[in-house]
Design a protein around this ligand. Structure first.
Ligand SMILES: [Mg+2]
Length: 131
């Protein structure tokens, strides 16, 4: 079975208040339903399920307990996906093996061309910093 890993924030759902996101981006529900109908296994890959992020990020969101912050994130993502009837098989913060990864911050790297891609990235970022 083919597997795809799909980011949550700013890929499925527009980024916004941590626990009060707007509806999914237009077409997302239908597209992911099509994926499921085509037989794909769907993994939601999100740092919201990362205990490291819980440790580092909880205080920014007025949580004193990283595990409580984590539980809030897990249940929010699950509830959001179920509410909007977005099909998924598994949610994780681990980069599990997949045939494709969809992420708003991804940069596609051709095998062997990482050095070139980093150089181009730095040039673009440097220009942004000067504007
Ligand atoms: Mg994202």
């Amino acid at each position: 079975m083919k597997t795809v890993a799909i980011d949550f924030d700013n890929t499925i759902a527009p980024w916004g208040p941590l626990f009060d996101l707007d509806p999914p981006f237009p077409g997302v529900v239908d597209a992911m339903t099509d994926l499921r109908a085509a037989g794909y296994r769907i993994i939601i890959l999100t740092s919201r399920l990362s205990p490291t992020w819980w440790q580092n990020g909880c205080y920014k969101f007025d949580y004193q307990d990283p595990d409580a912050f984590g539980e809030a994130n897990v249940s929010y993502v699950v509830d959001y996906l179920q509410y909007w009837k977005i099909p998924f098989d598994h949610i994780t913060s681990e980069k599990v093996q997949a045939d494709a990864y969809f992420d708003d911050r991804a940069i596609r790297v051709e095998p062997g061309l990482l050095a070139n891609d980093i150089s181009e990235y730095l040039i673009v970022e440097n220009k942004k910093g000067k504007s």
